[in-house]
Design a binder for this molecule. Structure first.
Ligand SMILES: C[S@@+](CC[C@H](N)C(=O)[O-])C[C@H]1O[C@@H](n2cnc3c(N)ncnc32)[C@H](O)[C@@H]1O
Length: 400
C-alpha cells in the first residue's frame, strides 16, 4: 500500500483574488523506501472540506487544474486559489481541512477498501485499498502543529459514516505514522463485526479473537509498540458493545507517548462516552529492553493480560530478543495472578506483520524457543499499485 504524505504543513498566502494555498507532498510506502510508480498517470484529488455548524461542505480544488501522479514522480507541489466559500468559512472560524488522495477506485479509505483489495469485494467496486489519502487542517489549533490525519472509514459505504481518525506527525519518524500491518490488522478485526460474512472474518484466527471478545466477562488487552495507535484506538472503536468490560492499554517508547495519547483523546472526543460503552483505553510507556527483565509500569502491573497485540514491530531483527523476552515476561507476570487451586492461565498474543526480510523469520524460532505455540495463522494479500503484491501475516500465539 502507498500513503500520501505531506512533506510540510500547507502554506497559506494572500493572493490578488483572496487567498491561496500551496501543498508539498509525496506518495510512498509505509517505510518511505519507495515512491508510488504507477504504469499510467493517476488522477489525484485535492478537496477543501468545511465543517460548519449548519452543514459540512466539500469543494474540489483540483477540479479546475488537473493534478496527476506520473510514473517516476517523487514530489508534487500544487498551488490553489481558495474559493470564496472556503475563505469565508475560515474568516468565520469554521474548521477547514484539505484532503489529498487518489480517485476513489484506488483509495484506501477504510476497512471496506482494504478488505476488498485483499481479494474479497464487499464494495463490488474496483481494486481499492491501494493509496491512503491524507488530511490536514488549514485553520484551527492543529494547523501549525505539523500534524496530519488519516480518516479511516470503519463500516460499509451504505451505512451512516463511522470513522477512526488518527493523527500523524508530518515528517519521517517511524513511531509517528501508521503502518501497513496495523491498518490491515485493524481492518481484519473491524471486519469481524462490520463485514461478518467475508472469508477474512470467518477465518479461524478472526473467529478465535471474536470468541475472546464476545465471551469474556472482562478483557484486558495490552498493545506493544502502538506507534500512533491505529490498532489500539481502532479496536476500542469497534469492540462489541454488548460484551463485557474491556481495558486496552497501549504502550510504546516515551518518544511515541505524546501522539499516542493525543489519538486516545481524539477517539474520546469523536465518540461520546456512551459510544465507547464499557471499553476503556489507556497509555503507558513500555520499552522492551525493560520489559524483557520484567520491569513494567504501574498500569501493566495492575492487571492480568488476556491478550497482547502488536503490529509491524518485528522488522528490526536486533530487537526481536527484547520483544519476545517482553512477551514471555508478561506471561510470567500473568501467572503470578493465579491463586493456588485456580485453573492455570494462558496468555495469547495477536501479532500482525508485513514481512520485509527473510531474517524476520528469527521471530518464530525465538517464540517457539520460549514455549509460545502458534494457534492460528491468517495471511491477507495487499496489492500494490505499480509494484509487486505484498501480504500481511497475522498470528495468534499462546503460552500456557
Ligand atoms: C513500525 S512501528 C509500528 C507502529 C504501530 N504498531 C503500527 O502498526 O502503526 C514500530 C513501533 O515499535 C516501537 N518500538 C521500537 N522499539 C521499541 C522498544 N525497544 N520498546 C518499545 N517500543 C519499541 C516504535 O517506537 C514504533 O512505534
Amino acid at each position: 500500500m502507498h500513503y500520501v504524505r505531506l512533506l510540510r504543513p500547507p502554506k497559506l498566502a494572500p493572493s490578488k483574488r483572496g487567498m491561496q494555498t500551496e501543498l508539498v507532498f509525496t506518495i510512498t510506502t509505509d517505510l518511505g523506501d519507495s515512491f508510488l510508480c504507477p504504469s499510467e498517470p493517476i488522477d489525484l484529488a485535492v478537496t477543501a472540506d468545511i465543517y460548519s455548524p449548519s452543514a459540512d461542505v466539500s469543494c474540489e480544488l483540483s477540479e479546475r487544474r488537473k493534478l496527476q501522479w506520473l510514473p517516476g514522480s517523487r514530489v508534487a507541489k500544487p498551488g490553489y486559489e481558495l474559493p470564496p466559500m472556503v475563505v469565508n468559512a475560515m474568516m468565520s472560524g469554521d474548521a477547514v481541512e484539505l484532503c489529498v488522495g487518489t480517485a476513489s477506485s484506488f483509495s484506501a479509505e477504510g476497512v471496506q477498501s482494504i478488505l476488498s483489495s485483499s481479494g474479497e469485494n464487499p464494495s463490488q467496486g474496483g481494486a481499492g485499498g491501494l493509496v491512503m489519502p491524507v488530511r490536514v487542517a488549514l485553520n484551527g489549533p492543529d494547523a501549525d502543529n505539523d500534524i496530519s490525519t488519516r480518516k479511516f472509514r470503519l463500516g460499509a459505504a451504505s451505512e451512516p459514516p463511522e470513522y477512526l481518525e488518527v493523527e500523524e506527525e508530518i515528517g519521517e519518524s517511524i513511531a509517528r505514522h501508521v503502518w501497513d500491518a496495523g491498518v490491515v490488522a485493524l481492518s481484519a478485526i473491524a471486519g469481524i463485526y462490520k463485514f461478518p460474512r467475508l472469508h477474512s472474518s470467518q477465518h479461524p484466527c478472526m473467529q478465535a479473537l471474536r470468541r475472546m471478545f464476545d465471551d469474556s466477562e472482562a478483557m484486558n488487552i495490552l498493545e506493544l509498540g502502538c506507534g500512533v495507535g491505529i490498532l489500539g484506538t481502532g479496536l476500542c472503536a469497534v469492540y462489541p458493545r454488548g460484551a463485557g468490560d474491556c481495558t486496552i492499554l497501549m504502550t510504546d517508547l516515551d518518544e511515541a507517548e505524546g501522539r499516542a495519547r493525543s489519538n486516545i483523546a481524539l477517539l474520546k472526543h469523536n465518540r461520546s462516552g456512551s459510544q465507547l460503552g464499557n471499553t476503556n483505553i489507556l497509555y503507558e510507556n513500555l520499552n522492551w529492553d525493560h520489559g524483557r527483565q520484567g520491569r513494567f509500569g504501574r498500569q501493566v502491573r495492575l492487571r492480568r493480560w488476556d491478550l497482547v497485540m502488536l503490529s509491524d514491530c518485528t522488522y528490526n531483527v536486533d530487537m526481536l530478543p527484547a520483544l519476545v523476552g517482553t512477551l514471555s515476561a508478561l506471561h510470567a507476570s500473568n501467572v503470578k495472578w493465579v491463586a493456588d487451586g485456580d485453573e492455570p492461565v494462558s496468555t495469547r498474543v495477536f501479532l500482525a506483520t508485513k514481512p520485509r526480510h527473510a531474517s524476520e523469520q528469527a521471530l518464530f524460532d525465538l517464540m517457539a524457543g520460549d514455549g509460545w505455540q502458534t494457534l492460528e495463522t491468517q495471511i491477507l494479500p495487499l496489492p500494490v499499485l505499480g509494484g509487486e503484491r505484498e501480504s500481511v501475516e497475522m498470528y495468534l500465539f499462546e503460552k500456557a
